[in-house]
Each structure stands twice: as C-alpha cells, then as structure tokens.
Design a binder for this molecule. Structure first.
Ligand code: ZN
Length: 358
C-alpha cells in the first residue's frame, strides 16, 4: 500500500516538473522568435531590446506586422509615449507618415476621436487647450488654416460662433441659464421679455435714468460699490435695464446718425442687447474717456469678486463682436466670474464650454 502511494507521488512530481519545463521552454522560444523576427525585419540588437522593453507582449504581433520603420523607435522614445496606446499611435502614424511624431503622440494622447483628421502642429496645439471642444474641430482647423491667429484665438472665435459671421444665426437666448443667459449677436431675447424681479438702484448707487437690475445682480452691485468706496473709489450705475422698445429707439437713432454698419459695431440691435436681461450695468462714464481711470482699473481688478465681468474686453472684439467697453459690466455670479476672470475668457467662451456643450 505504502509503495503504491510513493509511486503515484513520484509520477505526479515528474508530470508537474515536465509541464513546468514545457511551459518555460515554450515562452523562451517565443521570446527568441520575436527577437529573431525583428532582427530579420532590419532592427539592430539594441533596437530590438528597446522595442521589447517598451511594447507590451500582446502587441508583439502588431510590431511584426508593422515591419521595419525607424519611426517606431521615435514613437517609443517620446517622453509622452504611453504603452497602452501603442496600436493607436501606429494606426494614426500609418495615415500620417509625413507628420511630426510628437504631434501624432499628442493627438492620440488627447483621447479625442480624431482618426479622420490629419496630424498637424495646429491640431496638436488645439487638443491641449482647456476650452477645446471636439465637436468644433473641423471649424477650428478651417479657421486656423485660413487666418493668421494663434490657436487660443481660433478656439475662442469658433466656440463663440464668430467664425460663422455676426448675426448669421438668429437663436433664442436660453433663459433657463438664469444669470448666465447669453445675449449677443447670435442669441437674442423676445420683444416682450422683461425680467420679473427687477429692483431699482437708488441713492449713491445710481445716477442714471435706467436704474433697474434683477434682484440678485442689484444686491451684488451694491456690495461692489460699497467695497469700492472703502478703497476711495466712487462707482455708480449710469444705465442698467433697458427694455426692447427703448433699444429700438436707441438703435434707430444711431443708424440715422452713423449708418447701419457703424451702429452695429457699438450698439446692439433690439432683442440683442444685454441690457434687456437686467443683469448688466454701464458704470460712471459711458465713453472711452473712462478707460484708464482709477474707477475703471478698480473694476477690472475687482468686479469678479462680486460676480461681475468686464463684458467687452480689449483684444476680444473678434469674439464678442463689440468694441472695448470699459464701462459695461455684466453679472454672471461668483463662480463663473472667477473662471472668466482667471482664464481670461469672455462670456461667449464660458457659455460654449460650460453650458452649451453639456
Ligand atoms: Zn452697456
């Protein structure tokens, strides 16, 4: 009986040892064959060990299929190279053999679906930007390849629809966005829209005929004026809520004086004025002489702390469609104002990325 157990035990040990040997020997011969096969393709000894070190085992067949190409070493050498994206790099490279390897890697690493777009330094720069929206990529490339502007500007212009031409689309403003409602040369309010929670600014806070703002904006406005006063800066509203009818008269008066094209540069068409939202104020002096004053500078640096943004900044005319207005501030709430201020973007860009994209 004991002998029998011993014999069975020995047989089992022999079988396990044999399987163990077979397993490792097999693996060894696999390694050997990929080594040899790569060498046969034309890679040097050091290149072969570099490839085998950088590419995961399950992609070995893919490397062999790819064959000899020096670019493989360049791809694997990139500091941005990610082993898990190996086959994606190769597939994209095959379609873009003349493109810069780093651009290819950056574009693939972005994880956006861009297989059908040629690799270029413009595309690689775009995908790294915070406000890049993949659905706009065709228009980014079209605009960027035909205009001499940097890629940040390309994103701003396209996200804001300015590449389509101002007033080229006539969309209803989304009132559901509340404090972030967008009214510009694409989005307009209906002629009968009037906010239901307008309150009048009085006393030291106002010196204009149009003194009404929506409640939350008015409260924030007064808080801002009070804070400015502590810094010896005197601010006041010169013009806040304006009705649709008011804008009709204003706009017609400007057209009569300067013509339609000129009027469109500084005045909004009826329904397209932000003043109809009850969320903005023209402060102090409504002309260019306000620029550079202590009051204008204080606003530029501090308004966002109270939820207001400089709505039509200098250098953003091609995005907002309006010339620089140092006096026009718009309430958007604290969170949005902070982002808009810190990222140096406009409400158009904020809206496209944080509201419209979702
Ligand atoms: Zn204004």
């Amino acid at each position: 009986m004991k002998k029998k157990v011993l014999i069975i035990g020995i047989i089992l040990i022999v079988i396990s040892l044999f399987s163990f040997f077979l397993f490792f020997n097999n693996n060894k011969s696999d390694d050997k064959s990929i080594n040899d096969l790569l060498k046969e393709k034309g890679y040097s000894d050091s290149e072969v060990s570099f490839i085998l070190d950088k590419v995961s085992k399950e992609d070995y067949d893919y490397v062999l299929e790819f064959g000899y190409d020096k670019s493989l070493i360049n791809i694997l050498s990139s500091s941005e190279y990610d082993e898990n994206k190996f086959t994606d790099y190769i597939k994209y490279y095959m379609k873009n053999k003349d493109s810069n390897i780093n651009d290819i890697i950056t574009i693939i690493n972005s994880d956006y679906d861009l297989d059908n777009y040629p690799a270029s330094s413009l595309l690689a720069s775009l995908v790294k930007e915070k406000y890049y929206i993949n659905g706009n990529v065709a228009r980014y490339l079209d605009y960027g390849n035909n205009h001499d502007v940097d890629f940040k500007k390309v994103i701003g212009i396209v996200n804001s629809k300015a590449d389509l031409g101002f007033y080229s689309e006539s969309l209803d403003s989304n009132l559901g966005a509340n404090n972030l409602v967008l009214v510009n040369k694409f989005y307009h309010l209906k002629d009968d829209y009037m906010p239901s929670d307008l309150v009048s600014l009085g006393g030291q806070y106002n010196r204009g005929a149009n003194s009404r703002m929506r409640k939350e904006a008015a409260d924030a406005f007064m808080k801002m004026v009070d804070a400015a006063k502590l810094d010896n800066i005197i601010l006041y509203n010169a013009s806040a809520f304006r009705s649709y009818d008011y804008q009709v008269n204003l706009y017609n008066r400007y057209i009569k004086r300067d013509g339609k094209a000129a009027a469109d540069k500084y005045s909004a068409r009826p329904g397209y004025s932000e003043h109809q939202t009850g969320l903005c104020s023209d402060l102090n002096i409504i002309d260019d002489s306000f620029d550079g004053t202590d009051e204008a500078n204080w606003l530029k640096d501090n308004a966002y702390k109270y939820g207001f943004i400089l709505r039509f900044p200098k250098g953003k005319e091609d995005i907002t469609g309006y010339k620089y207005e140092p006096w026009h501030y718009r309430y958007v709430g604290l969170d949005a104002a902070k982002i808009i201020y810190e990222d140096d973007i406009t409400l158009e860009e904020y809206y496209a990325y944080y509201i419209e994209k979702l």
